[in-house]
Design a protein around this ligand. Sequence first.
Ligand code: BG6
Length: 458
Amino acid sequence: MNNDHLETPLLLVIFGITGDLSQRKLLPALYNLAAAGDLPKKLQIVGISRRDIPAEEVYGTLQDFVQAEPFDHYIQDMLIEHTGMFQLDPDNRPDYERLLEMLKQYESQFGTYVSRVYYLSIPSGAFSPIVRMLGETGHAETTTEVQPRLLVEKPFGMNLASAHELVDALAEHFSEKQVYRIDHYVAKETVQNMLVFRFRNPLFESIWNNRHIDHIEITAYEKLDIEGRANFYEQTGALRDLIQSHLLQLLAIITMAKPAKLESDDIHAEKLALLQAIQPADVSLATRGQYEGYRSEVENPQSTIETFARLSLQIQNDNWSGVPITLSTGKALQEKSTEINICFSDHDTPTNEENRLIFRIQPKEGITLVLQTKRPGIQNITQQAEMDFDYARSFEARRVEAYERVIVDAIRGDQTLFASAAEVIRSWEIIEPILEAWEADGESLKTYPKGSNGPVEK
Ligand code: BG6
């Protein structure tokens, strides 16, 4: 990480600071950044809550979610000291006016250009009214001293229509340059490295197309189940939760054309062009499943929400037409594993002896190239061997977690790792036929035992 952002004072306003996501991801990310000296020296966090709750309580569970050891209570105290809690009723306009007064006071104390970031760590159904109130009470106004930015969590809407509404509601008050739509998969170190791998290694560029690549598989399997998040999951399901966002972003990054420059605007333009070339998904090629016990866990004996989803997609452009692409995700499976498999074969002389390039996004982060080799001996026997790049072996540097990167990039004003409105809308268009078909038909849902490979062959 370069350190330019450390000199700019940060005013971080967190809506939903007491919520699940904030406690699990955001506050631990702040802790890690603070521990590594990666937070601006001039820092004020403003925690928004309906209830009157002290900062000590907000950070009370921090130790449970911070993975780094040993846990440093001094850092926890420092965060508490830099956090002011602000009680706000989301429907009450004067509360937003009072909030703005307070933020301006902090800003005048800081006395220079300030990053003011509003982090909406709340369900997307609650975004619009809060953003409207913020806009109407002057929170979005840009000046030479402050450019307010809005960081929002996925899912952006629940389907195509609600995504359009949400995009429009945000655009009424905040310009696209001010909105940062988080997709924490894109901010993972291993995913950022995919850009470098693709565009800084000329070796692969000329074979990155349908003449050499036979098929692509992207998987995000989780061992965890829905972890008690019944309300959220009953409204979401695997297709919306992982495929509409994370997996389509991974697909865009792995297949987009080379951007003119490796910079935000050019990368977004190529990602969008690629997403536009993906045909809306074909429901006859999709599979959905639900793990056994899910219905009793969510107390809904009729639930047809999928905890596993697999789609097959096609990209209609010169580079990729004819290459089947499979996206799969599921909960309560045998193991956690997020991978991209690029399967090469020579189309002129079809053979089973393919090469595979595997991007291991997590865990055991790295890249493996599967090669055909001759087994030593007097017989000519071909055997697969692996060339392996392993992050843990190659780099000693501290691994920056996705949420840490998200916060720092929002402070810096770098939108490269965030999803644009157009990308979000196009992603909903791609999955919309499946969403509609699955809503209308409960029959195609297959059950699978927890801890298995899901309802399909692996
Ligand atoms: C989130 C989903 O976006 O990603 C969760 O809402 C999922 O359901 C999580 O568990 C997985 O993230 P990671 O980084 O642990 O793979």
